[in-house]
Design a binder for this molecule. Sequence first.
Ligand code: SUD
Ligand code: ADP
Length: 293
Amino acid sequence: MSAETLAPAKVNLFLHVGPPEPDGFHPICSWMTFADVGDRVSAYEADALEVKVSGPFALALAREADNLVLRAAHALLERAKGPTRPFGLMLEKALPVAAGLGGGSSDAGAALRLLRRALDVDLSDPDLEALAAGLGSDGAACLWARPVIAEGRGERLSPAPATPPLDAVLVNPGVPVPTGQVYARLDALKGWGPAERPPLPETLEDAAEAAGFLSLMRNDLETAAVEIAPEVGDALDFLRAEPETLLARMSGSGGTCFALCASDYEAETLAERIEALRPAWWVRRTRLGAPQL
Ligand SMILES: C[C@@](CO)(OP(=O)(O)O)[C@H](O)COP(=O)(O)OP(=O)(O)OC[C@H]1O[C@@H](n2ccc(N)nc2=O)[C@H](O)[C@@H]1O
Ligand SMILES: Nc1ncnc2c1ncn2[C@@H]1O[C@H](COP(=O)(O)OP(=O)(O)O)[C@@H](O)[C@H]1O
């Protein structure tokens, strides 16, 4: 067995969050799209199930047992009928952790896609999606890594407006921002907005039109995240002051922020300037949409 796949970064182009339900979870409406940068997950033959983590953010994942790729593998094995060949998983952790990029969910989704094929597990797409959703609120969307409007807790998916690939720069100021803390701060601030689905266009022709539409939308977690990690506010202020930025916003619960740009040339120019002026920040030029997995 030898198989490998990309686990792309998720980006919330908008994220509307309503007040919590009785179970404590919040209803959302979010346009989730995916970057062409991410982690890589691979499977190999091994004597026993194990996960090896490498890459620049490997140290941020403390305990192997908590790794979402391992939880995904166990969830899939429970559904496999009959014995499967023993395997190990390799995770190259290139995305920052607790960063609003859904890295853990994307790794889990990558493992599920990969292992269903490699082990020839007879599980339908909807069943695989249900497994992914059980591993985290972003799990279902991150399984397919295609642009979607996600509602409910994030598990109810429908197609997003069609766009060309959107040139963008991702910036993380280097501070982990735990999702649960951000939702809790949102509640303390009573900072929710309406989470009903807004009117959505079928198509947005280019980055300028997409930015115009998105400027009418929000990320309701931004204020709460900036209170927890003021560095996120610094990143947003920086991006919003740059001439190449059509729109800058935080992704998910932060701290990664994105700037939409009119072309790959402008995105490259912006990324190079940020790298020169803020060498400690994690910076990636990317195209948002449906990356090749
Ligand atoms: C904010 C978002 C936006 O896409 O993404 P991230 O920033 O985490 O990438 C998601 O809503 C996060 O999804 P995910 O990271 O899978 O969250 P989970 O592990 O399911 O939940 C972590 C914690 O966040 C809170 N939570 C999560 C989702 C939700 N709709 N309401 C919540 O209140 C709960 O306190 C939960 O215990
Ligand atoms: N493979 C993984 N990659 C990232 N985080 C993981 C993974 N497995 C478990 N986690 C845990 O999931 C939590 C959320 O991490 P992550 O998915 O990076 O957050 P976010 O969705 O905000 O980007 C962290 O506490 C982390 O320790």
